[in-house]
Design a protein around this ligand. Structure first.
Ligand code: ADP
Length: 662
C-alpha cells in the first residue's frame, strides 16, 4: 500500500489523512463542488473533483470514486464512516478493481446489514440478543400479537435502520397500530424497505458498545467498551470510555460476546458491536443484549484511542495491508478515562434545528491530535469555512482524557468553555450544560437522561442572557466610537470622548429587535437601560458587572456581535450601525460596501434627490439584508451597481453629487 484515496469528506477524511501521512502514505482526497476548498482537500497530497454538492451525485458514486483512484494511481480506498462505508457492493467493487478496501469483507458487511438477519446470526452464535420478533412475516396482526407476547413497552425498529430512523417506542397495545404504520412509512422513505422488527424495550437502557479488531490471520481482540448512553432521540451526544461503574466480569463477558460476534461472521478490521444493557441497577453479566454491529470505524472511536493508546486508523491500514494484529488481548489495558462531545451546527435551544452559515470565528482549546493529550479536537472545518445544508452539520469533536472520570469530565467542561464559534449557531451551550449535569457527573447515565432533563438542558440563565446583551451593547458602541475604530474594543480610548452622552444601540437576537440606551457615567461605569454596570476591556475579554458579574469574550464583525460566556454563545445582529459605518462617514459623497455581498435592490437612480438616511440600496451578506442609506441629503450623481451584482468590501456603490461644485 503506497497511496490511499479517502472516499469521504470533512472531519473523518481529515482524521484518516492525518494518520496516513504519519505512516508515510500518499493521500488522495475527493471533493464535490461545495468542498473545493475544504480542509481535507488541503491536507491531502492530491485531490480529485467528483461532482456537484449532493452526495448522490458525488460522494456516493462508486464508479466516479474508482475512476479517481485509477487516475491518481491510488492502490487502496478508506471509506471513512457514513457514505459508502457499510455498502457491501462498494467494498466488492473496490476489490474487483484490484484495490485494497480498508474495511471488512463484503460478506461480513452483508451479514450485519439488516438488523433482523444480524440478530438471527448472533442468536445462532450464542450471543445474547434482545428478546423480540425478527421474522419475515410482516402482517400487521401478527406483529401486534408478537408485541403482545413480548410484553409492552416494545420498540419497533426498521430492519434496514440506522441513525434512529424508523424507530418507535410503543407503551401500550392500543398505540401499536399507529406506531407500526409510522415506523414503516419512515423506514420506506429512509431505506426503501418498510420491514420492521420488534424488541422488548429495555427500561433504563444503557448503550454500551465494544470496539473489536480482527486481522486476516484469524486473530480477534476487543479494545474494551464505550458508553454512549447520553443520547437525544437515539442519537449519541457525549460518549465515554470506559463505561462508568463497569464491573470487571461484565466487561469480560461483553468483550467475549463481541469477539464471538466478529468471529461468527469472519470479520476483518475495525468494528463495533453495540449492546443494550439494563441500567436499572448495577450492570450484570446476564443483563446485556446484542443490538447491532457497525462494520466500520465509529464517530466516537477517539475515546477508545485515548484510553488504549492505539491509533485505530493506523491499525486499520496495517490490517488491510495484511499485517497481523501487533498485540494480543492480554497486552491491552485501559489508562484513565475519556469523553467525546459532538459539536454540531444546530440550535439546541430552539428544538435542535439544523443551522448553516459561515464560521466567521472559530477557536478551540489547544490540542494535540492522536496522542494521549488532555484535549484533542477532530474537526473538518476552519474559520471562514461554511456549514452548508448538503452535509452532516458536525463542526468538531471535542475529546478529552484524564487519569480518572472526574478529571476527564472537568476537562471536558473546561474545553467547551474554551471553544468559540461565531457565525453559525451551535449546540455548545447544550453540551456544556450536559457536561455539568449532576446525574451525569455521578455516572448515572442511561439513554433517557437527556429527555428527562431537556427543559433545563436547553434553557439559559436569564441573568446571564441579560448580561450578554449588556456586553454586546457596549461592544457595539465601543466599535462605533470615533476614536476607537481600529482594535476590536477600542473602548477606553473611544468612550472617554463621549462624556455624559447617552447613546442608543439597536441589536436583534433571533429576529427580536432591542433598543438599548447606554449612558457613560465616567471611569468604567455605565448605565445600560437602567442597570448600573461596570465594564473593563482587556484583549478580547470584557469584565462586566451588570445584571450579574462575569468575564466574557466578545467577537465583533461588521454584521454581528457574538458573546461567549463560559460555553454559552449569544449572537446579536447589528441594526443601523451598518448604515452609519457606510462610506467615509456622514457628509461623505461615497457609499461603499461595508462587506462583501449581493446587491438585492437598488432604490435610487442618478439625478434623484435624497434626504439624509434615505435607503439607497439593499445588500445581502452573511444571510442578512442590510439597507445602505444616504450619508447626507443631496443628489445622486452615480449608481455603479444593479440588483444582482456581487460586490466586494469597500466597492463604491453610489456617489452623491459634490454640491459645492455643481
Ligand atoms: P440505529 O441503527 O437506528 O441507530 P440502534 O438499534 O443502534 O438503532 O438503536 C439506537 C438506540 O436506540 C440505542 O442506542 C438505544 O438508545 C435505543 N434502543 C435500541 N434498542 C433498544 C431497546 N430494545 N430498548 C431500549 N432502547 C433501545
Amino acid at each position: 500500500m503506497r497511496k490511499l484515496l479517502i472516499a469521504n469528506r470533512g472531519e473523518i477524511a481529515a482524521r484518516v489523512i492525518t494518520t496516513a501521512r504519519k505512516l508515510g502514505l500518499e493521500t488522495v482526497a475527493v471533493h464535490s463542488d461545495a468542498d473545493a476548498r475544504a480542509l481535507h482537500v488541503d491536507m491531502a497530497d492530491e485531490a480529485v473533483h467528483i461532482g456537484p454538492a449532493p452526495v448522490a451525485e458525488s460522494y456516493l458514486r462508486t464508479a466516479t470514486l474508482l475512476a479517481a483512484a485509477k487516475a491518481t494511481g491510488a492502490d487502496a480506498i478508506h471509506p471513512g464512516y457514513g457514505f459508502l462505508s457499510e455498502n457491501p457492493n462498494f467494498a466488492e467493487a473496490v476489490s474487483a478493481a484490484g484495490l485494497t478496501f480498508v474495511g471488512p469483507p463484503a460478506s461480513a458487511i452483508r451479514a450485519m446489514g439488516l438488523k433482523d438477519a444480524a440478530k438471527a446470526a448472533m442468536e445462532a452464535a450464542g450471543v445474547p440478543v434482545v428478546p423480540g420478533y425478527h421474522g419475515a412475516d410482516q402482517t400487521p396482526d401478527l406483529l401486534a400479537r408478537e408485541a403482545q407476547a413480548i410484553g409492552y413497552p416494545v420498540l419497533i425498529k426498521a430492519r434496514a435502520g440506522g441513525g434512529g430512523k424508523g424507530m418507535r417506542l410503543v407503551e401500550t397495545a392500543d398505540a401499536f397500530a399507529d406506531a407500526l404504520s409510522a415506523a414503516q412509512r419512515e423506514a420506506q422513505a429512509s431505506f426503501g424497505d418498510p420491514a420492521v422488527l420488534i424488541e422488548k424495550f429495555i427500561t433504563s437502557p444503557r448503550h454500551i458498545e465494544i470496539q473489536v479488531f480482527a486481522d486476516t490471520h484469524g486473530n480477534v481482540v476487543h479494545l474494551f467498551e464505550r458508553d454512549c448512553s447520553l443520547q437525544r432521540r437515539h442519537q449519541k451526544v457525549i460518549e465515554e470510555a470506559p463505561a462508568p461503574d463497569m464491573p470487571a466480569d461484565v466487561r469480560a463477558a461483553m468483550g467475549a460476546a463481541a469477539v464471538e460476534a466478529a468471529r461468527a461472521i469472519g470479520y476483518v478490521g475495525a468494528g463495533t458491536v453495540e449492546f443494550i444493557a439494563d441500567g436499572s441497577g448495577p450492570l450484570r453479566t446476564d443483563g446485556f443484549w446484542f443490538m447491532e454491529m457497525n462494520t466500520r470505524l465509529q464517530v466516537e472511536h477517539p475515546v477508545t484511542e485515548a484510553i488504549t493508546g492505539v491509533d485505530l486508523v493506523a491499525l486499520q491500514l496495517a490490517v488491510a495491508a495484511g499485517a497481523p494484529l501487533p498485540f494480543t488481548q492480554d497486552d491491552l489495558t485501559i489508562t484513565g478515562h475519556a469523553f467525546e462531545a459532538r459539536l454540531y451546527a444546530e440550535d439546541a435551544d430552539a428544538g435542535f434545528l439544523p443551522a448553516t452559515g459561515t464560521l466567521t470565528h472559530l477557536s478551540f482549546p489547544d490540542g494535540v491530535a492522536f496522542d494521549r493529550a488532555p484535549v484533542r479536537i477532530d474537526s473538518g472545518v476552519r474559520q471562514g469555512d461554511a456549514i452548508s445544508p448538503h452535509y452532516d452539520p458536525m463542526i468538531a469533536k471535542v475529546i478529552v482524557h484524564g487519569p480518572d472520570r472526574e478529571t476527564a469530565l472537568r476537562r471536558l467542561s473546561r474545553a467547551l468553555v474554551e471553544t468559540q464559534v461565531a457565525g453559525v449557531t451551535t449546540n455548545l451551550g447544550f453540551l456544556k450544560r450536559l457536561a455539568d449535569h449532576a446525574g451525569f457527573a455521578a455516572g448515572q447515565v442511561d439513554t433517557g437522561l437527556i429527555g428527562r432533563d431537556i427543559e433545563a438542558l436547553t434553557s439559559r440563565d436569564p441573568d446571564r442572557q441579560a448580561l450578554a446583551l449588556q456586553a454586546a451593547a457596549l461592544s457595539a458602541l465601543g466599535q462605533a466610537a470615533p476614536a476607537g475604530s481600529d482594535d476590536v474594543w477600542g473602548m477606553n480610548k473611544g468612550w472617554r470622548l463621549w462624556g455624559q452622552a447617552t447613546h442608543s444601540v439597536a441589536l436583534s437576537r433571533d429576529g427580536a429587535r432591542q433598543n438599548i440606551r447606554v449612558t457613560y457615567l465616567g471611569g468604567d461605569r455605565f448605565d445600560i437601560d437602567g442597570t448600573k454596570a461596570q465594564a473593563t476591556a482587556q484583549d478580547d475579554s470584557l469584565h462586566i458587572t451588570g445584571t450579574t458579574a462575569a468575564t466574557l469574550s466578545v467577537h465583533a464583525d461588521p454584521t454581528s456581535i457574538t458573546v461567549f460566556d463560559k460555553g454559552e454563545i449569544t449572537r446579536f445582529e447589528r441594526i443601523d450601525t451598518l448604515a452609519r459605518e457606510t462610506g467615509s462617514g456622514a457628509g461623505s459623497d461615497a457609499v461603499t460596501a461595508p462587506m462583501p455581498g449581493l446587491v438585492t435592490a437598488v432604490h435610487v437612480a442618478p439625478g434623484d434627490t435624497v434626504e439624509a438616511d434615505a435607503p439607497l440600496l439593499v445588500l445581502e451578506a452573511m444571510k442578512m439584508e442590510h439597507t445602505l442609506r444616504a450619508p447626507r441629503a443631496g443628489t445622486v450623481a452615480e449608481v455603479l451597481v444593479t440588483a444582482g451584482a456581487q460586490v466586494n468590501n469597500h466597492d463604491l456603490l453610489v456617489r452623491l453629487q459634490d454640491d459645492a461644485h455643481d
